[in-house]
Design a protein around this ligand. Structure first.
Ligand SMILES: [Zn+2]
Length: 317
């Protein structure tokens, strides 16, 4: 979600969207493959650093981010908005054209591919097609390599389940995975440690959902100027991951990250990946101290760093 998505949000703060507490509702519905990975005797938990790259401030931020990644030999996936990429194609290519990095799509202009409680209504089918196809085309044209994954703007609490029109477009465009499950039940945060699943139940067994986890970090710092909001679920399924207030320092943010990384390892999840935005990271922490703390921690644990495309290769067999 990007900075521009502020005005839409004020309407929602007046809206009463309290529903009864979801007890296993959406959360359970999106976790069909949980048992499978554990049955397979899975021992490795992967870690993916990923960035929703989506505004003009992201370019300078990516320069600092890429430097930290090279220093820590830490792979990453950059989901880049087509419009943002087209504004500075040569610069992005120079910065991110590295085998350490996967370049994936964040759609073309961040329009909603389905209704999102916070970010707005879905656009028309023609606009959805445009977002999906033009976003992929921009990445492939600029980086001259295949773009196999897409993270839609803002994401959804039910991924693309029950959205065959969008899944059809995703398939037609040639994407192998989407990363659209970016909210907890009832559009709550943090996002639980959801596991990957295929869209077999929707008739698209060759498309995989590879979710994101934790907080949209911009919200941890009030960077969208939403102020206090109804974001967390009650009873909280993961209370230790809910900080007492907005993060004030890079270390505060790292402490929140650490809860998810350690929990993923402890519960033997196939992977963990937090939802980060270059513009917001740089605004809060221009020296990228949080990245250093997080990557130092990753290297100290048995987490296996990789990209979303590598996770796709693994889960799709
Ligand atoms: Zn975004």
């Amino acid at each position: 979600m990007y900075e521009g998505q502020v005005s839409q949000v004020h309407g929602i703060s007046r809206r009463d969207f309290v529903r009864s507490t979801v007890a296993g509702g959406i959360g359970a519905a999106v976790l069909p493959d949980l048992a499978k990975s554990q049955d397979a005797g899975q021992t490795e938990t992967r870690y993916i650093a990923a960035y929703d790259t989506e505004s003009s401030a992201c370019l300078a931020a990516c320069s600092k981010i890429a430097e930290v990644h090279r220093r820590f030999e830490m792979p990453a996936t950059f989901f880049i908005l087509g419009k943002t990429l087209d504004a500075n194609p040569a610069e992005y290519r120079k910065l991110l054209d590295d085998p350490l990095f996967e370049i994936a799509s964040h759609t073309y202009t961040h329009q909603m591919l389905r209704d999102n409680v916070f970010c707005g209504k879905a656009v028309s089918i023609d606009e959805k097609r445009n977002e999906i196809f033009k976003g992929k085309e921009a990445v492939e044209r600029v980086f001259e390599r295949p773009c196999i994954g897409m993270r839609p703007g803002c994401g959804f609490d039910n991924a693309f389940k029950g959205e065959p029109q969008v899944l059809k477009l995703v398939q037609e465009a040639g994407f192998k995975y989407v990363s659209s499950l970016l909210w907890g039940p009832d559009y709550s945060l943090p996002v639980p440690l959801h596991e990957p699943f295929s869209y077999k139940a929707d008739g698209f067994s060759d498309i995989w959902e590879l979710p994101g986890h934790g907080w949209h970090e911009n919200l941890l710092k009030d960077h969208n100027r939403w102020g206090p909001r109804r974001l967390t679920l009650w009873p909280p399924p993961f209370p230790e991951a809910i900080p007492r207030g907005f993060c004030k320092t890079p270390k505060d943010e790292f402490e929140v990250n650490k809860v998810f990384l350690d929990k993923a390892l402890e519960t033997r999840k196939p992977f963990v990946s937090l939802i980060w935005h270059p513009w917001s990271l740089a605004k809060f922490d221009p020296d990228m101290k949080m990245l250093e703390l997080t990557f130092t921690h990753v290297h100290k644990t048995s987490l296996k760093p990789c990209t979303y495309s590598q996770l796709y290769e693994y889960v799709s067999g």
